[in-house]
Design a protein around this ligand. Structure first.
Ligand code: 13P
Ligand code: SF4
Length: 393
């Protein structure tokens, strides 16, 4: 018998009480690690399946598993609720009986769920290294530096409204809350930009340059009234300050590497091979891609378009591959494929593997909370202010 098997067995047979549903105790046991015990890493798919199903059955109502649309099928099959980042946080908040919210997504989503859920609910991200590379392109020190420089340029009556995309750290949402700003998602960005211009003269939009540009163009702001802020080298170019002074919107130079893979050439090729095909892309794509597509919108929007289309409709879709594959499987009556022929999943979403899920769920059965995501009270308060401004729209 290997050491790993022994460990696994001792985990299974350890007699630790499952906490009563009525004793909503705060655990001091929470620990965080992306180093999974070897014996979980070596388990077969069938063994993981058996263990995850058993843990779900034991935890029953006390557990809710959330699965973002970009998660792989081996994870989505365990999700009690599926959705985009914002919808999932709202759904979690509507499940007060669940003490444990296991978020199969990325870090900023788990933070938002923690902010929007009740104090006794614990949000767990099975693998803490599942971040979002775009969200990581803006940090609070850089945003504060930018804010200071913009305030110096525009003076007292600057009227800058900070707008952060949902794909950002909680402390950036809190920055927006404190400074009269707001959060947006890919589905409500146009309404949020309109709100921002009702409350101020100009917008600082972070961290996604492309969602910012696509939304601003739809709102009617011309390219010459946009400036790009490179946090690594602000004001590097000779006329940077002039461009900022002219700008109605200042776009943070951040991007999603998954959505940057889509190109106009791919759209032209799809149209040449399938005349009449519908091209549907996410607004994190470059503007030329969005402008060439037939339709663009959030993950939920993409799903809705496919779901309501009649049999025989053809779709070339520009978003994450796990979602596109799932749509193709669930809608065999339509022709659905990804615009990018090279399969490229979001690498951080992919870090949620069934072995991590089995690990955190079995720990919960034993009363141990692993990889909890918890936002401090002060940050959560101000982030909630920015989120509630968005919800009130
Ligand atoms: P949604 O807001 O549609 O869930 O998108 C999140 C995301 O990460 C898109 O790349
Ligand atoms: Fe972040 Fe892009 Fe992955 Fe979405 S697809 S989680 S924006 S890296």
């Amino acid at each position: 018998m290997t050491l790993q098997t022994t460990c696994a067995e001792s985990q299974e047979t350890r007699i630790l009480p499952l906490l009563s549903p009525h004793t909503r105790v705060k655990h001091d046991l929470s620990k965080s690690s992306d180093t999974i015990p070897q014996y979980y890493a070596q388990m077969s798919g069938n063994e993981l399946d058996r263990r995850i199903s058993a843990a779900r059955a034991t935890l029953a109502e006390r557990l809710v598993i959330l699965g973002h649309h970009y998660q792989r099928d081996e994870i989505i099959k365990y999700a009690d609720l599926r959705g985009d980042s914002f919808k999932l946080s709202q759904l979690a908040a509507a499940r007060p009986q669940a003490d444990y919210i296991v978020f199969c997504g990325v870090h900023f989503m788990a933070e938002s769920a923690d902010i929007l859920s009740a104090a006794y609910q614990k949000v767990i991200l099975p693998n803490p290294s599942a971040g979002c590379s775009m969200a990581d392109m803006a940090n609070i020190a850089e945003v504060e530096e930018c804010w200071q420089i913009l305030s110096d340029i525009f003076g007292e009556d600057a009227g800058i409204i900070p707008v952060t995309y949902m794909n950002s750290a909680a402390n950036l949402k809190a920055f927006c809350g404190r400074n009269g700003g707001i959060v947006c998602t890919s589905s409500n960005a146009p309404a949020v930009i309109a709100w921002a211009f009702r409350h101020g003269k100009r917008v600082l939009f972070f961290p996604d340059e492309h969602l910012g540009r696509n939304t601003a163009l739809t709102y009617g702001i011309a390219e010459e009234h946009m400036a790009v802020w490179n946090p690594k080298d602000p004001l590097a170019t000779e006329n940077a300050e002039e461009e900022i002074e002219r700008a109605k919107i200042i776009l943070w130079k951040g991007y999603c590497s998954t959505h940057m893979r889509f190109s106009v050439q791919q759209i032209e090729k799809a149209r040449a091979e399938y005349p009449g095909i519908n091209v549907l892309v996410h607004p994190e794509c470059r503007h030329e891609v969005v402008a060439t597509a037939d339709l663009y919108g959030s993950t939920e929007f993409i799903i809705q378009q496919v779901e309501k289309a009649p049999a025989g409709t053809q779709w070339a879709i520009g978003t994450e591959i796990n979602l596109v594959h799932r749509l193709a499987t669930e809608h065999p009556e339509q022709l659905i494929f990804c615009l990018d022929p090279i399969v490229c999943p979001c690498s951080t979403m992919y870090r949620i593997h069934p072995a991590y899920l089995a690990w955190v769920l079995e720990a919960l059965v034993h009363g141990e909370v692993i990889n909890q995501v918890s936002v401090d009270e002060e940050t959560a308060h101000w982030a909630r202010v920015a989120l509630e401004r968005m919800l009130a729209l």
